[in-house]
Design a protein around this ligand. Structure first.
Ligand code: ZN
Length: 149
């Protein structure tokens, strides 16, 4: 079956929801536009339970400034040359190397590849975090309440 809003084929993941007074079968993505009245029945979920999808929180390593500076110097690049190679501003390289600006995860990934050095670490030991999914449920519940009025 296809999502009646965006047309995406989403076999088992369609959600029954009311949008502007019309009942539609929506994919997960579109369901947030409507008032969800039914989730897919548990019987349709494969018996092999998939583990809860928890993305480990990623952090930049605490000593990123020193690591970036050391690796850059080992490669014989000036801050300016380094900035050009990774398409970032020279001033930002300076800020990173003095520890006044932390690279975002996307940039850190790019730096990791370029410097061949690990800059990203996980917030914990990969343990399961239960707080995140719970929060999302709450948000959906609140949303439904608001639409009912
Ligand atoms: Zn859709």
């Amino acid at each position: 079956m296809n999502c009646e809003m965006c047309g995406t084929a989403a076999a088992n993941e369609l959600v029954r929801a009311i949008v502007e007074g019309t009942e539609l079968n929506l994919c997960q993505k579109c369901s947030r536009f409507g008032r969800v009245i039914a989730r897919p029945s548990p019987a349709r979920i494969p018996e092999k339970m998939s583990p809860p999808r928890t993305e480990p929180e990623l952090l930049i390593i605490p000593n990123y400034a020193r690591v970036i500076r050391q690796k850059r110097e080992q490669m014989g690049l000036s801050q300016k040359e380094f900035a050009q190679k990774i398409a970032e501003k020279e001033s930002f390289i300076h800020q990173m190397e003095t520890g006044s600006a932390e690279p975002g995860i996307e940039l850190a990934r790019k730096l990791e590849q370029f410097l061949k050095e690990k800059l990203i670490t996980q917030a914990d030991d990969g343990g399961i975090r239960l707080s995140k999914p719970k929060k999302e449920e709450l948000t959906l519940g609140d949303f439904v309440k608001v639409r009912k009025r």
